[in-house]
Design a protein around this ligand. Structure first.
Ligand SMILES: C[S@@+](CC[C@H](N)C(=O)[O-])C[C@H]1O[C@@H](n2cnc3c(N)ncnc32)[C@H](O)[C@@H]1O
Length: 251
């Protein structure tokens, strides 16, 4: 278990989480070349480690870069330049559904997302996964990773509460912290995906004291939450929930 207390270490601890996640996701993707689409790429938290692990693939990454995420486009552009990935990763500034609707059927080797399903609701989830199916070539994969909505302990429960309850967060979710894995599985089944796999990876990351306050700021959690739970957060900390990786194949 890694415990982070220093605010300046939150970024690198989180980057390591994404590196682990990228390794798990890369294992699912067949080696032969192809184009992968990533929806809700943000600052490239997953994009960059994944693109490094999959040198044969081109990436089309999509995000609105707006609202609470305004400003992330320039961070992504800088990160792609630094990693020398600009020629392999094409950035599209668009709403995910508008963008998907404009894509040809049977084109992509994979459509992936990381922490994007928390942004949508159950109605959008079924439209999204159906569009993933349509744009994938036969044998293509859809892979979605997100933090589990089911806490395994009080430290994870506290983090989920801070990030979902409108009393505490300035950016409450539409429907959920994340969808339940069984709901994602049944929606994939309805969209006709096969070989559906669910993998759970423990984050093993506890964020405590000032580092937790720093995390809250970047997640738009109100300072009143920190004030109310300060003693507990200093003593026990918050724990990043388990990562879920759910994938399905277009037969
Ligand atoms: C929680 S962030 C995830 C960022 C990154 N993929 C990660 O794993 O950390 C969710 C991202 O989804 C994007 N997003 C939200 N609604 C969107 C939409 N309708 N179309 C495209 N992107 C959207 C946001 O701009 C944001 O970058």
């Amino acid at each position: 278990m890694e415990i982070v207390e220093d605010p300046s270490e939150v970024k690198s601890a989180y980057a390591r989480q994404y590196e682990d996640l990228a390794r798990e996701i890369a294992k699912l993707v067949p080696n032969r070349s192809g184009v992968l689409a990533e929806i809700g790429c943000g600052k490239g938290q997953l994009t960059i480690p994944l693109a490094k692990l999959l040198p044969q693939h081109q990436f089309n990454v999509v995000d609105t870069f707006s609202g609470a995420y305004a400003g992330t486009l320039s961070q992504l552009t800088k990160a792609l330049s630094r990693a020398m990935l600009k020629s392999r990763v094409k950035v599209h500034v668009a709403d995910y559904l508008d963008w998907l609707w404009g894509e040809f059927s049977d084109k992509y080797a994979g459509v992936i997302s990381s922490e994007f399903l928390p942004e949508i609701d159950s109605y959008e989830l079924s439209m999204f996964l159906s569009e993933c199916y349509r744009v994938l070539r036969h044998g293509g994969l859809t892979i979605h990773s997100f933090l589990s909505p089911t806490p395994r302990n009080p430290r994870q429960r506290l983090l989920i509460e801070a990030d979902t309850n409108p009393i505490w967060t300035k950016t409450p979710p539409k429907e959920w912290f994340s969808p339940r894995p069984d709901q994602v599985v049944s929606t994939l089944e309805r969209a006709e995906f096969r070989n559906i796999r669910v993998k759970r990876i423990k984050s093993n990351l506890i964020i405590r004291a000032r580092a937790a306050e720093h995390l809250f700021e970047s997640w738009h959690v109100k300072s009143s939450f920190w004030k109310k739970h300060r003693t507990r957060i200093v003593r026990e900390g918050l724990e990043i929930p388990d990562w879920m990786i759910i994938s399905g194949r277009k037969a």
